[in-house]
Design a binder for this molecule. Structure first.
Ligand SMILES: C[S@@+](CC[C@H](N)C(=O)[O-])C[C@H]1O[C@@H](n2cnc3c(N)ncnc32)[C@H](O)[C@@H]1O
Length: 311
């Protein structure tokens, strides 16, 4: 964030157009007059609304609600436990998650929009470390599940008058907004986030879809062009349509990775070429510790930050 501020000191507005976990947006909210936060995922949108949206909420009221969830007896099965119990979560945990999800909707009329989002985001944060996975919902670990108790805790939410939240395809949003700085950190490999995090997407939408296969996934939704052979065209189109003074692109060079699904869909050269057509472009580099299970040769692994000042 400091780097971005030093190259664009006069900027007043910031857009994090592929916000992911929201860590960049979280910092930007402290510095800029307006911060646009966007991601395709339903679960991310709820998390941004909970942590960042402007809105009224009463922490005591929410603590009491969560306490009532925590002490409730939840032996009955429900949609969530029937589909994910003893798979992604231990059965008692899955029963509790399904129960809490139903209760949050039953309480909706008594909650502000902000409070509703805070409860849902608190549920996701509370169950994340209980999932019987290696971090995403591609497959569950086929051994007995140790984590069998869920205690929900309240996230610590803020209300920011300078936040603006979207759940829109980045290329569509580019056509609708103006921002002094647009920060771009798209997916660079073929791993679709909506497929990896399908359980959270389903938990938030709560539309109880038909699920398929061993991984219990719903029909595909929100598939990103950036994870396909259309990635370069999508990136070019995005840059072309942005209405900004500065474009900052974050890029991790996993191109030499041996696993096909983690190879980059856009090369460094392609990014540079596309950005140079829009304005004067500088590249900043930093050594980067990629997640690496020992299968990949990432000796020269770098994180790049492209900064383009628009003509
Ligand atoms: C590499 S992550 C962003 C990481 C983020 N900078 C952070 O600090 O967590 C890419 C994000 O882009 C989202 N995404 C993928 N395709 C998208 C699209 N076409 N429009 C908007 N968001 C998209 C994914 O859901 C994912 O959360």
């Amino acid at each position: 964030m400091k780097t971005i501020q030093s190259v664009a000191p006069e900027a007043k507005t910031f857009c994090d157009i592929f916000s992911g976990t929201g860590t960049v947006a979280n910092q930007a909210l402290k510095y800029y007059d307006k911060v646009i936060i966007n991601d395709l995922l339903y679960s991310n949108q709820i998390i941004y609304q909970a942590f960042f949206a402007e809105g009224e909420f009463d922490n005591n009221k929410l603590e009491n609600i969560i306490e009532s969830f925590n002490i409730a007896e939840t032996n009955n099965s429900n949609w969530f436990s029937e589909n994910y119990g003893d798979k992604y979560f231990a059965m008692p945990v899955a029963k509790k998650i399904g129960y809490i999800r139903e209760q949050i909707d039953l309480l909706k009329d008594e909650l502000t929009e902000k409070e509703y989002s805070i409860l849902l985001a608190s549920l996701i944060y509370s169950i994340d470390r209980l999932a019987n996975t290696v971090g995403h919902f591609e497959a569950y670990i086929k051994k007995s599940i140790e984590k069998t108790e869920l205690t929900m805790t309240l996230i610590s939410a803020q209300s920011y008058a300078n936040s603006e939240i979207y759940r829109t395809d980045a290329n569509q949003l580019a056509r609708q907004i103006h921002s002094d700085i647009v920060y771009i950190d798209p997916p660079y490999n073929s791993r679709q986030y909506s497929r990896f995090y399908h359980v959270y997407e389903t938990l938030i939408k709560w539309d109880k879809p038909e699920l398929f296969g061993v991984a219990r996934k719903p029909a595909p939704e929100n598939m990103s062009d950036y994870c396909s052979s259309k990635a370069v065209d999508a990136f070019r189109d995005l840059i072309e349509h942005l209405n900004a003074k500065y474009i900052v692109v974050s890029y991790n060079n996993t191109y030499n990775s041996r696993s096909k699904s983690s190879q980059n869909k856009i090369t460094l050269g392609q990014i540079q070429h596309i950005l140079e057509s829009k304005g004067e472009t500088h590249i900043l580099t930093q050594k980067y510790n990629a997640f690496n299970a020992g299968k990949t040769d990432l000796a020269n692994h770098m994180e790049y930050l492209f900064v383009t000042k628009i003509h």
